[in-house]
Design a protein around this ligand. Structure first.
Ligand SMILES: [Zn+2]
Length: 230
């Protein structure tokens, strides 16, 4: 899988403070149909915003629903209070309807798009940039009878592999539980079986690079397998 990052292009985007590079690498992910088939995938960046009372608030800018990664602009990212999202993650249960209401309630701008249903999951990952795709190669391997073992062979300790659960609050809870004792600095990504993959880093390019590297490893495995069977 090609890494499409272009430093000159990135510099054009980085002129726009918090969201510039986030917009750029989201578009790069969106350009690759093998990562985001069927409009899937979402991205986020964490930052700080000063509210009308002069207080600074931690914010998660997460892809809004209805936006396509390939064409996303700064306005496609919904600014959500991180504190609110973290508090939601600690609840014992939350229905889909209640979660969607809470996501809109936690917006810093009422006219922003509705945050992705995976917003709480993004909030729980303590790194600044989070990239999530439904990469074909990773999903294809995970959809085999021994998918979990194969992915463990491919990634070793670099990646946390989690069984499938419904996207939304249940998935956020699962990641919350599974990562309580995790050393984030040693982890390159999380694979969600039958669903997709997540990469993260405090640096935008490093998070994008990790996504391309992890998906490329899955593609190489599939390629070698197809050579054996020819
Ligand atoms: Zn997803």
């Amino acid at each position: 899988m090609l890494n499409l990052w272009d430093e000159a292009e990135a510099q054009q985007f980085s002129k726009d403070s918090t969201l510039g590079l986030r917009v750029y690498s989201s578009q790069l992910l969106g350009r690759n149909a093998d990562l985001v088939l069927h409009g899937g995938g979402n991205t986020s960046v964490k930052g700080v915003q000063i509210n009308v009372f002069g207080e600074s608030e931690e914010v998660l800018y997460v892809k809004g629903s209805g936006w396509d990664l390939q064409t996303i602009a700064a306005g496609g990212f919904a600014p959500v209070r991180l504190q609110h999202l973290r508090a939601l993650a600690a609840l014992p249960a939350l229905s889909d309807t209640d979660m969607m209401r809470e996501l809109r309630l936690a917006l810093l701008n009422p006219s922003a798009p509705t945050p992705s249903v995976e917003a709480i999951l993004h909030a729980l990952i303590p790194l600044r940039y989070v990239d999530h795709t439904h990469a074909d190669a990773v999903v294809a391997i995970s959809n085999t009878p021994n998918g979990m073992e194969l992915l463990q062979q491919i990634y070793g300790d670099d990646v946390l592999i989690l069984p499938y659960v419904m996207p939304g609050f249940i998935l956020a809870q699962q990641v919350h539980e599974a990562t309580k004792d995790v050393d984030w600095s040693r982890l390159k990504g999380i694979v969600l079986l039958h669903h997709g993959i997540i990469s993260f880093h405090d640096d935008c390019k490093s998070s994008y690079d990790a996504m391309i590297e992890l998906v490329s490893a899955a593609e190489r495995y599939l390629h070698e397998l197809s050579l054996i069977h020819i």
